[in-house]
Write a protein that binds this ligand. Sequence first.
Ligand code: MBD
Ligand code: FE
Length: 312
Amino acid sequence: MTVKISQTAELQKFFEEAAGFGNDQGSPRLKQIILRILGDSAKIIEDLQITDDEFWKAVDYLNRLGGRNEAGLLVAGLGIEHFIDLLQDAKDAQSGLTGGTPRTIEGPLYVAGAPICQGEARLDDGSEEGVATLMFLQGQVFDPQGQPLAGATVDLWHANTQGNYSFFDQSQSEYNLRRRIVTDAEGRYRARSIVPSGYGCSPDGPTQECLDLLGRHGQRPAHIHFFISAPGHRHLTTQINLSGDQYLWDDFAYATRDGLVGEVKFVEDAAAAQARGVSGRFAELEFSFQLQSAPVAAAEQRSQRPRALQEA
Ligand code: MBD
Ligand code: FE
């Protein structure tokens, strides 16, 4: 049997030095993580007989991935962000922290600081009038006992008819299709917006380049993202994925889950439109959320993931 260089004591000692174990400065946690990455990478390179060309192509790929700001997109597309959810679900099940609306991935396109509105909001800036289908979205936020939660924050964001998100798509107005709605006395939120289209990875980007080589598409079904939060309750990151979309259960980011499918109802009735103060065909979507109690105060907050903040 040939010796695996990556498994020798000498290489282990060498990587311990590279990971900073020879000094008492820095972060012990990061040293532990880097040592593991070095060791596992060496094992992959040796076991799979990674060629020099393959190795340097991967290094270049990472440069290009970062250059296009697509690292968050790739981890979604490779299912790692969904895996993080599965891991948390399993931990929750073990500690008996169950019930309420399922979580699903945040994705890379949140922008902090959207306008705050009381009870209701219009999300679209009207720029797609005549192109987009109007959408009336509403629902309630409930506590674990099924009681309505007044004063909960429903922070929602979605794409336009092109599948593009404001801020990342500079052609859209500031905070277009992004709002924070505070629920009313009945725990209700109401939004007037437009029916979003599904997102597709940039065809010329590094994420799609990888997906192409995996024989995969880079499409998401039409969806609406949510952060739901309320004092004393556990922060919820989730999405509604829209019924009828061809990618509903073929999502490149694996975000669609049972319990998170929104049934969009298209209304043609002129009297119903008039009652809404609009004309023509429009869509209705009703979706309510149930939060868990926060086991500790920190659970009321979303993760510290670095996010975009649009300066006003
Ligand atoms: C999106 O809109 C999205 O929600 C995810 C998860 C990845 C890319 C684009
Ligand atoms: Fe999205």
